[in-house]
Design a protein around this ligand. Structure first.
Ligand code: 13P
Ligand code: SF4
Length: 304
């Protein structure tokens, strides 16, 4: 890693009064460079509260959009304009509108992995870190439309027993994790606990010891006496798990669980982002104000 590159980033960061936020799936060097690395909920809270003038968001577009909606007076930069989330693009505003027309009495909850337009049409937004708690707070006599992730929705449905209508979206990285990967890892590491993300398919979820958002995984491991863990989520998180727990062993359930979009961010692109103030992410009105209502509700629900 070039010391010169890191020094240039630090100097520019200071000059621009910028903060660098990174998701737990980012490449290790980006997580190390960041001022805050975390899950979607933690990052949204940071973006809403930061006093910096510029937010360099090392993640994917919906995350930078969320930061721009929560902090419209800030400059939000996404270092690679093509870092998107295929799941977020699996439902658009027109499709959600049609779904709402079919279920006019239902409340709409969207996963934060969605476009600003979809958030603007939703009543509530949630992350994997607070989806269960948020749905539990909703009036019991209302059906819940959950978009776009059918796997997270199904998990919330199992946990809450609520009447939910799920959109058939999914994460193209988590679906690469198969039950056969779990069986193989169980044989190879019989003493390990298996932690899986709720974006995994139902078979994988049913085989896991714990279902956790990435932030919850970090917390769980820090508080556990267990020494070995098999991790069923995007493999970027293993970097921080290993760094924070040098006395514990971590194994990816499969080497295939890599999100190509998360890996588009590099140190060079972070430097260019700060040099050229690119790529600026903005959300036009009234989408921005409407989406903020559902996001404000999301960041109010912080689980214990
Ligand atoms: P969390 O970090 O909130 O668990 O999100 C997972 C994810 O897939 C983000 O794209
Ligand atoms: Fe989207 Fe899945 Fe990548 Fe997260 S890991 S950004 S949900 S494709």
């Amino acid at each position: 890693m070039s010391v010169e590159l890191l020094e240039k980033i630090q100097a520019l960061k200071k000059q621009r009064n910028a903060v660098i936020l990174a998701h737990n799936y980012q490449p290790g060097d980006i997580q190390d460079l960041s001022d805050y690395a975390g899950d979607s909920l933690g990052l949204s809270v940071q973006a809403a509260r930061t006093e910096a003038d510029v937010i360099v968001f090392c993640g994917v577009r919906f995350m930078a959009e969320t930061a721009a909606i929560l902090s419209p007076e800030k400059e939000v930069l996404l270092p690679d304009k093509n870092a998107g989330c295929p799941m977020a693009d699996m439902i658009n505003a027109q499709q959600l509108d049609e779904l709402k027309n079919k279920h006019p009495d239902a409340l709409v909850v969207c996963y934060v992995n969605s476009t600003a337009e979809v958030k603007a049409l939703s009543d509530y937004c949630c992350t994997s870190g607070n989806a269960v708690e948020l749905v539990e707070l909703l009036p019991k006599d209302r059906d819940v439309l959950f978009v776009p992730d059918r796997n997270l929705g199904d998990y919330v449905n199992e946990k809450t027993g609520r009447n939910m209508i799920l959109w058939p979206g999914y994460c193209s990285t988590h679906v690469l994790i198969g039950a056969e990967d779990v069986h193989k890892a169980r044989q190879q590491y019989p003493d390990a606990l298996l932690l899986a993300h709720p974006e995994c398919n139902p078979e994988v979820r049913s085989l896991a010891d714990e279902l956790l958002s990435t932030g919850q995984m970090l917390k769980f491991v820090n508080n556990s006496d267990v020494k070995e863990f098999v991790i069923a989520t995007e493999n970027g998180i293993l970097h921080t798990l290993k760094k924070q727990n040098p006395d514990k062993a971590f194994y990816p359930v499969t080497e295939k669980a890599i999100c190509p979009n998360m890996k588009k961010i590099t140190l060079g692109k972070v430097l260019w982002a700060l040099e050229d103030m690119q790529y600026r992410i903005t959300v036009p009105e009234p989408t921005c104000s409407n989406a903020r209502k559902s996001l404000d509700r999301m960041i109010e629900v912080i689980p214990k």
